[in-house]
Design a protein around this ligand. Structure first.
Ligand code: ARG
Length: 577
């Protein structure tokens, strides 16, 4: 348990022993640091409740406090300011040198949580927005740190209209392929008729043509229906497209250090589509409307329009709603999870609200299983509009990666060359992209400002990695085995120790609010404090042996903390840069 949580428990018990009825006492970061490190702000609330003077109440609390605090004082009407005894801080934080867990206040029960993120659509190139898969990846890692069994699933978009469109366009280009010949009885070719580069051209062309040509659009939809139904030639072509496109998307996810425990797609949920429709039919929850099988999910007290779930078209094709319900059925059967969390663009929130309603209403998902939509904001360009290429097209994620790489690579020392230079530049590129994406509060849109994000100064990935790398190299030159913090020689040290006591709350907030911004902010603060300490104190030449040991132990503590935090974000530290 963290020092702060333990102290809060102590304070809560103390209130009980003083006969004050209060549910929980929070220790708050002091707004007046000159009076103390933390504040206990319960006197006002209790004064109201008991019709007493808050100052009197504060005084009664202060006189009951044990000696874990020093310099206890009351400010204003009854704000109690406290400062931890240095011994308490040292005892607690020395454990953190080898054990990051002292910063993690784990919940009593661990949960099995499926995280749905990534969600790339096969046959289309990943675009800038897919960078946000990093949020799901970081949360998967954070949940693990909190003791949960977190399972990441990429949930490929491999069962919908983009592939139908691509098939239609391939027919345009190569009409004689056997896939289009219904009377073909032989073996279909084992290699794909298109490469991934082809797909990069085919999809945009097909998508443009669909908007102008109704017949073309209809034929593309027909192909979607055909591979869904398993028409042999079209299904074989579908397989080729999936096998061609997927590795390319996987390589980008891999480059970004985004990993998935499951590589399922919408197509893997297809065997559950009919069963889930039957399940809803049997419950009497479906009806036909304009040739589409639907399920109403609106409630009388809704204050916005709540369209029905669309389950099946008259041609038999299943829809996005069906696939998501089928996937839920599959996940419930395979993993019986405590929760399913979705990390998807905020603009899909209505879809998920519908799906969740349908799942609970039908009993597909019991009420005690949490279905949670963690929407994320859009990545914008400097003009505040969705990030585009110079010519106004959708920017691919690869292009963005390259733009960042080109800014980062020249910042690496000239003496680092060859493959090593490339590897380091890659890692720093990933660090830059991830930190930029993980810093803003999850739901907010943000502007991708390349110059700002690739700067060595400010809240950037490269600043965080640079600081951590420098500490790592410093430690390699110092004797740091079994060192302990044994005193608080100056304020630079104290500031770092106090900052570290705040880490557990930051981690808990990230965990509860499903956003990594608290962690990113903390990393920045800790790096800045350490850099200040580093420039004010000469660690290697410190004459006082005890102080020197404290400096080294502190350095080790900061290093281990930073590397654990960066690891949660999926950012790797390098050896030099
Ligand atoms: N492929 C979808 C899209 O690009 C995102 C998938 C999100 N996850 C889900 N279970 N629906 O819009």
């Amino acid at each position: 348990m963290s020092l702060i949580l333990e102290t809060e428990k102590y304070l809560t018990d103390l209130m009980k022993s003083l006969d004050y009825d209060i549910e929980y006492v929070k220790l708050e970061k002091s707004k007046l640091p000159e009076y103390g490190q933390y504040q206990i702000n319960v006197a006002m609330q209790l004064a109201k409740k008991y019709g007493k003077n808050p100052r009197e109440i504060a005084e009664s609390i202060v006189s009951a406090l044990d000696n874990r605090f020093t310099n206890v004082n009351i400010q204003g009407p009854g704000f109690i300011n406290v400062t931890f005894n240095n011994e308490i801080l040292i005892d607690y934080l020395n454990k953190g040198i080898d054990d990051f867990e002292i910063f993690v206040d784990k919940p009593e029960k661990s949960r099995t949580i499926i995280l749905d993120y990534g969600g790339a659509n096969i046959a289309k190139e990943l675009h800038v927005g897919h960078l946000r898969c990093n949020i799901g990846e970081a949360m998967r890692r954070l949940l693990k740190v909190f003791g949960d069994n977190s399972i990441g699933d990429v949930h490929w978009g491999d069962w919908g209209t983009p592939i139908g469109l691509v098939i239609r366009e391939i027919r345009e280009m190569q009409p004689d392929l056997p896939y289009f010949d219904e009377s073909f009885k032989g073996e279909y070719p084992s290699t794909s008729p298109v490469t991934n580069e082809d797909l990069g051209i085919i999809y945009p062309r097909a998508s443009a043509r669909k908007k102008e040509d109704e017949k073309y659009a209809l034929e593309a939809r027909n192909y979607t229906e055909q591979f869904q139904k398993g028409v042999p030639g079209i299904k074989a072509l579908w397989r080729h497209i999936v096998d061609t496109s997927k590795p390319d998307c996987e390589a980008v996810y891999d480059f970004l250090n985004c990993h998935f425990d499951l590589s399922y797609g919408e197509s893997d949920a297809d065997p559950y589509a009919e069963p889930v429709i039957k399940y809803l039919n049997d419950k009497g929850l479906t009806e036909m409307s304009d040739g589409i099988l639907i399920m109403h999910i609106a409630e009388p007290d809704d204050n916005k329009e709540m369209p029905p779930l669309l389950l099946k078209k008259s041609d038999g094709a299943v829809l996005y709603d069906t696939t998501d319900l089928a996937t839920i059925m599959q996940r419930m059967q395979d993993f019986n999870p405590d929760a399913i969390w979705y990390f998807v663009d905020e603009r899909q929130s209505l879809h998920f609200e519908q799906i969740f309603r349908g799942s609970y209403k039908s009993g597909l998902v019991p009420k005690n299983v949490e279905l949670k939509f963690n929407g994320f904001g859009t990545i914008n360009g400097a003009d505040g509009k969705p990030f585009k290429t110079r010519d106004g097209g959708v920017m691919s994620l690869k292009t963005l990666i390259q733009l960042v790489y080109d800014k980062i690579e020249p910042k690496i020392k000239v003496e680092i060359t060859g493959q090593e230079r490339i590897d380091i530049a890659n890692k720093l590129t990933v660090a830059t992209l991830k930190y930029a994406d993980l810093l803003p509060y999850r739901k907010t849109d943000y502007i991708f400002d390349i110059d700002k994000f690739t700067s060595f100064e400010g809240k950037t990935g490269i600043y965080a990695v640079y600081t951590t790398t420098r500490i790592k190299s410093l430690l390699s030159k110092l004797e740091s085995e079994n060192v302990k913090i044994n005193s608080v020689p100056n304020d630079d040290v104290l500031d770092i120790l106090i900052k570290l006591t705040e880490l557990p709350k930051n981690l808990t907030s990230s965990y509860n609010d499903v956003t990594t911004s608290y962690i990113c902010e903390f990393i920045y603060d800790l790096c800045s404090l350490y850099n200040k300490f580093y420039s004010n104190n000469n660690i290697a030449n410190e004459k006082n042996i005890e102080t020197k040991e404290t400096f080294i132990a502190l350095t080790k503590l900061v290093y281990n903390t930073l590397s654990n935090l960066l690891d949660i974000l999926g950012i790797e530290v390098v050896d030099k840069m």
